[in-house]
Design a protein around this ligand. Structure first.
Ligand code: BG6
Length: 478
């Protein structure tokens, strides 16, 4: 990521673009992409010259109906909008269906938009389509004769195992060069996640203790309160391991475990992330617990005998000089007691216990809350004021919204869309990383443990509570 100094005149706008959203009538486009593009427009962060070509399998009644739908989504997810701004934005949107004519209508619409924007336009294809459609859409794009510089953005899962990931990568490479491919993991677009890098590498205080000599465990805990919310098709074909663990949680793990990159740019960061993935020990199936919430099989569209997991807890080791022997405990699942994204770094005890009395085990942890109002705190032992030397739990905290009240955070998709337009691949996943991860997961996923039932609103199956050993999970922390 190019680390830009704060510019008094605002951030630089990307060069002219035609943005082609494939799957524009789907959930992702409706909830994130189109509202996100509108917000970037309002913040003057879209190019001065741009067009948006929306595309779906079937055409809406007419373009006006489609635009009314887009407006409703933008309002639903971004609040009431300014009429003039909306009209200016909407005037740059067209719709083209992809069904039935071998892509001819879409091809024509893209060519017209490129002509409108001018010779210096780049063409960005965003594939917001179901995973099963990705390869066909990539092949269709291969038939487009676009001479403008091209980029393609893909959503996870990038394959469902090593073989399908390699096949997908091969198809992509028939049409695009690696530097034109942007694989989105929206967790990396979250302010709080990027802040892991800032806190680790912009301060001298943490680096010396960020290793196995001082850290005795790491927990990456992403429980979700929501259930599958009607996404039965997606969950039945993907499962929580591929949806969350193989993607978001391992990306977080890499951000925690990577060695300092020589520079904060895409190549240096991906080099360090790939080193972490290469050092991962194949997971021990006895240290992986899969779960399925009670009632999942009754959800509409779910197989009554489904063995798909909606929960995973596991232990992982990074066998390198920095992390040897430190367990990383990962947990995520649907229909759990709380929705959180919490990374906990547990530090070793001081070598000598000089204070009498009980020691609170959780008082030696650095905690990163990756919420929309990111917080970082360290729970430390301190003397309780008073006549006796009694230890209590104190908290040093950094509340990012308080620290930077004027800041205008971007939502993850907004940030990542902007990065793609700027040609900055730092927060996107490379082919190498994807294939290294599938190599690691393949044996486990070929013969996965049986999912255990867990009640809705709980913290998962009892077996998972035991994964971190006696100390247990930090959450719940109240
Ligand atoms: C998505 C997963 O990638 O991330 C969902 O497909 C999950 O299953 C979601 O709920 C969580 O993301 P966020 O940003 O809402 O925490």
């Amino acid at each position: 990521m190019t680390v830009r100094p704060a510019a008094p005149g605002g951030a630089a706008r990307p060069a002219p673009h035609v943005l082609v959203v494939l799957g524009a009538t789907g959930d992702l486009a409706r909830r994130k992409l189109l509202p996100g593009l509108f917000r970037l427009f309002r913040l003057d962060l879209l190019p001065a010259r741009f067009r948006i070509v929306c595309s779906g399998r079937t055409a809406p009644e007419d373009e006006e109906t489609f635009l009314r739908g887009v407006r409703a989504s933008v309002e639903a997810f971004r609040g009431t909008l300014d009429d003039t701004a909306w009209r200016e934005f909407a005037a740059r949107i067209t719709f083209a269906a992809t069904d039935g004519d071998g892509g001819a209508t879409l091809r024509k619409a893209v060519a017209a938009a490129l002509q409108d924007v001018g010779d210096d336009a780049s063409c960005l294809f965003y594939l917001a389509v179901p995973p099963s459609a990705t390869e066909a859409v990539v092949r269709l794009l291969g038939t487009f004769e676009v001479t403008a510089p091209r980029k393609v953005v893909l959503e996870k899962p990038f394959g469902t195992d090593l073989e399908s990931a390699r096949r997908l990568n091969a198809t992509l490479h028939e049409v695009f060069e690696e530097r034109q491919i942007y694989r989105i993991d929206h967790f990396l677009g979250k302010e709080a996640v990027q802040n892991i890098l800032a806190v680790r590498f912009a301060n001298g205080v943490l680096h010396p203790v960020w290793n196995h000599q001082h850290v005795c465990y790491v927990q990456i805990d992403v429980p979700e309160q929501i259930d599958i919310q009607g996404r039965a098709d997606f969950m039945e074909s993907t499962g929580t391991f591929r949806d969350m663990i193989a993607t978001h949680l391992f990306q977080l793990l890499a951000f925690v475990a990577l060695d300092p990159p020589a520079r904060m740019d895409g190549d240096s960061l991906h080099h360090e992330m790939a080193k972490v993935f290469r050092a991962l020990r194949p997971p021990d199936p006895d240290r992986v617990v899969l779960g399925q919430y009670e009632g999942y099989r009754d959800e509409a569209g779910v197989d009554a005998a489904s063995t798909v997991e909606t929960f995973v807890a596991m232990e992982v080791y990074v066998d390198d000089w920095t992390w040897i022997g430190v367990p990383f405990h990962l947990r995520t699942g649907k229909a759990l007691a709380e929705g959180r994204r919490t990374i906990t770094i547990g530090f070793k005890e001081p070598p000598l216990k000089v204070f009498p009395g009980d020691v609170d085990d959780t008082c030696n942890e650095l905690v990163l809350e990756l919420t929309d109002d990111p917080r970082i705190f360290a729970d430390v032992r301190a003397k309780v004021p008073g006549p006796d030397f009694v230890l209590g739990r104190g908290r040093m905290r950094l509340d990012l919204l308080d620290a930077f009240p004027e800041a205008q955070p971007l939502e993850a998709y907004e940030r990542l869309l902007l990065d793609v337009m700027r040609g900055d691949s730092t927060l996107f996943t490379s082919t190498e990383e994807i294939e290294l991860l599938w190599e690691l997961f393949d044996p486990l996923l070929r013969d996965p443990p049986e999912p255990r039932r867990y009640p809705r609103g709980s913290w998962g199956p009892a077996e998972a509570l035991r994964i971190p050993g006696e100390r247990g999970w930090r959450l719940p922390d109240s």
